[in-house]
Design a protein around this ligand. Structure first.
Ligand SMILES: Nc1ncnc2c1ncn2[C@@H]1O[C@H](COP(=O)(O)OP(=O)(O)OP(=O)(O)O)[C@@H](O)[C@H]1O
Length: 270
């Protein structure tokens, strides 16, 4: 696949949950080898988009192409192979196996998906743990880890199979500033060192802007801005800039639609 082709290409995607239309004809490309942060209001469908790209959900219509392969055309086994070989996911809820040590958690995908000898698995696990700074914690159990350490072990596990695409869903949530700083550094560092394509869903504007090559802002089922953080902060629409600056009022109004305030007060009713 040519390196100038996007790694993920979404075309005319429509997807509903029950009566709720979440995406209506969405098209967006995610550049290869870059970190793109997907941001937008709560409930707008960011996690849903990651799950559609990962093939865990199926679009009502439209196509999703990952590294040249159209997800919707793959048979179940092919999709499983694609996910196994090319995709890593770090979901906020992606808990570690509590009855396995740190080492065994990271070794798990290698043991399940490959027939590598234990000596090679050992080297690979130690390399991944070294990358997240936790080689020395290999014998601990998840219950002995802080939240930040657990997130780093989960990250080591999600890169165990050397994915090309890694999707992070709210990786900073609930972390103290130091742990958050470590995860920020790791996401950026791993992307550069391993040449990954990274998609990051996050509400943390400052952290996302500090590591993302591109921001993709979604709202109301469509992309309202795509560009570098600087481009969007300086030249984005009013709605984009309101979101990025966290302004309480703007195109998204502070007040829920209501009748005239003065008349409302004077009317005396409810
Ligand atoms: N399993 C489900 N069944 C039905 N509706 C769902 C399900 N999961 C999510 N939804 C709905 O789909 C919409 C999009 O959810 P999603 O989690 O993708 O939003 P999000 O942008 O990631 O939100 P947040 O920023 O709050 O995490 C929401 O309205 C949500 O209520």
């Amino acid at each position: 696949m040519a390196t100038d082709q996007p790694y993920v290409s979404v075309r005319n995607l429509t997807f509903s949950r029950g009566d709720r239309l979440i995406y209506n004809n969405l098209s967006v490309d995610f550049p290869r080898g870059k970190v793109t942060a997907i941001m937008g209001p709560s409930g707008t469908g960011k996690t849903t988009l990651l799950r559609l790209i990962g093939g865990q959900l199926t679009p009502d219509s439209g196509t999703i192409v990952v590294d040249g392969q159209e997800i919707g055309k793959l048979r179940r086994q092919q999709l499983f192979e694609l996910r196994k070989q090319k995709m890593g996911m770090l979901f906020q809820t992606g808990a570690l196996f509590t009855d396995l040590s740190v080492f065994d958690n990271v070794a798990f995908p290698l043991r399940v998906h490959t027939s590598l000898p234990e000596s090679v698995i050992r080297d690979l696990v130690l390399m991944k743990l070294e990358a997240v700074g936790l080689r020395g914690a290999r014998d601990l159990n998840p219950a002995e880890l802080s939240g930040g350490m657990a997130r780093r072990v989960a990250l080591a596990r999600s890169i165990a199979m050397d994915p090309e695409l890694i999707m992070y869903d709210e990786p900073f949530t609930g972390l103290d500033p130091i742990s958050m700083g470590m995860i920020v550094k790791l996401i950026r560092g791993l992307n550069s060192a391993l040449g990954l394509t990274s998609l990051l869903v996050s509400h943390d504007v400052e952290e996302s802007c500090s590591i993302a090559d591109y921001l993709c802002l979604v709202s109301g089922g469509r992309v309202i801005g795509f560009g570098t953080p600087e481009e969007l902060l300086n030249e984005g629409s009013d709605e984009v800039r309101q979101f990025l600056r966290g302004d309480p009022d703007g195109p998204v109004p502070f007040h829920y639609p209501a009748p005239d305030y003065r008349q409302d007060i004077l009317s005396g009713g409810r």
